[in-house]
Design a protein around this ligand. Structure first.
Ligand code: ATP
Length: 400
């Protein structure tokens, strides 16, 4: 073993501390998928261990003494999380668990799914796999399985995680796990998830490929309706999510997960949009965009043709709203809206200084003339070479 893990192993051997590779890294190693984050668990003091490791390996360390965890950043950029093995007990659904020291078995027993509840003991001695819940078997059969019936009550966000892993890995959610999740929803366990946590889970889910499948998985579990009864992921929404991915790939860097939230909301009423915005604790720009989404969608459905770059700019329509409407509506409005989206890539090659140099007096008319020129350029009414001429005319025209 080389690199940061090798250094950690050497130190653990010297300190005679049992050290384990845990969580997603074990799962991904067994699946031969690239390992992104490395989590280590130590039966002992993780903070003390992390500090010694940082010293010997020249890593940067941030310690969370309260949680007994450290994050190390190594000179080459590699990241290593180290935690003390621990157990968790949940007083009530969704509440933060009570945490206490424990051995590796109890640490694995507090985890979400069998495929994430394996460990490789890397020190001391020869490495070996610990797989108390049959994670390897479930990896082979492509199954996301919770460890026990109370799991989705203890932490209902695990329902989103189930859909996320099933989607990412092309797995299915095991039948009893599905029933446990539905039962937790029936008992209103979801009510205890805060808006921030709910939004975070949805963001993570919609930040990975195959959003249509992700929505389908949520729907089979009943998780969409548990977020809000208006979220039912019908075919039009799932088609829209697939289209949205294709549109986003044609306009890289313009849209984020919020695009998919809008499409997921689909044809909701204004009342439902407001409820969803509140439930997932949207703020500022995203909040106002969700609130106006139903009316924007209705308007674009009626008159996609009449919304040009100047209206999009004047109303501050975001690329995400335009892309979401294009995706949800599909043809014939969709392709038109995508042209509008493309036009937003065009920006001016001149600025206020050029207008001043051309003799336009300083003042608000400069900004207005630049906006008019941008609209004209985006709408194809002028070519690049005519920007300055058009802007000067627009500015001076306003003075008359
Ligand atoms: P990813 O590839 O998505 O990062 P990961 O498995 O590393 O996958 P993390 O969210 O980083 O996921 O969590 C690390 C590990 O902690 C998981 O593999 C799982 O064992 C455990 N874990 C994380 N969240 C929960 C949860 N809500 N309930 C129980 N165990 C969890």
């Amino acid at each position: 073993m080389r690199g940061p893990i090798g250094a950690a192993r050497k130190l653990a051997i010297a300190e005679k501390a049992p050290l384990y590779l845990v969580g997603g890294a074990v799962r991904d190693l067994l699946l031969r998928r690239p390992v992104v984050d490395v989590d280590l668990a130590i039966e002992g003091d993780a903070v003390g261990f992390g500090k010694s490791l940082a010293r010997t390996a020249g890593a940067r360390i941030s310690a969370h003494e309260r949680f007994g965890t450290v994050v190390l950043e190594f000179p080459g950029g590699a990241r290593l999380d180290v935690a003390s093995t621990r157990k968790e007990t949940y007083a009530s659904s969704g509440a933060l668990p009570k945490v206490g020291p424990a051995g590796i078995e109890e640490d694995l027993a507090r985890r979400d799914f069998t495929i994430n509840a394996m460990a490789i003991r890397i020190a001391p001695g020869r490495p070996f796999l610990l797989d108390p819940f049959g994670g390897r078997r479930d990896l082979r059969s492509g199954t996301v399985r919770m460890l026990h019936e109370k799991s989705p009550h203890d932490d209902p966000t695990r329902a989103f995680r189930a859909a996320r892993y099933a989607n990412r890995l092309g797995f299915s959610v095991e039948g009893r796990t599905r029933a446990w999740i539905r039962e937790a929803i029936r008992r209103r366990a979801f009510d205890s998830i805060s808006g921030d946590r709910m939004r975070r889970e949805i963001r993570l889910l919609f930040s990975e490929e195959n959003r249509a499948r992700a929505a389908g998985l949520l729907s089979r579990l009943g998780v969409d309706r548990a977020v809000d009864p208006a979220l039912t992921s019908p075919l039009a929404v799932r088609r829209g999510l697939s289209r949205a991915e294709r549109i986003a790939s044609r306009h890289p860097g313009k849209t984020g997960w919020f695009l998919y939230l809008l499409v997921w909301a689909g044809d909701v009423s204004e009342k439902a949009a407001a409820r969803i915005a509140r439930r997932v604790a949207l703020t500022r720009g995203d909040l106002s965009r969700m609130l106006r989404w139903p009316s924007l969608l209705a308007r674009l459905r009626r008159e996609a043709r009449s919304i040009g770059p100047s209206i999009a700019r004047a109303e501050r329509l975001s690329p995400e709203e335009i892309a979401a409407a294009a995706a949800f509506l599909g043809p014939p409005a969709g392709p038109r809206l995508e042209l509008l989206l493309r036009s937003l890539d065009t920006s001016l090659s001149i600025g206020g200084r050029d207008l001043l140099a051309a003799g336009v007096p300083a003042g608000p008319r400069i900004g207005k003339a630049l906006e008019a020129t941008l609209d004209a350029l985006r709408e194809g009414r002028i070519s690049r070479g005519r920007e300055l001429e058009f802007a000067v005319e627009a500015a001076l025209g306003q003075t008359r």
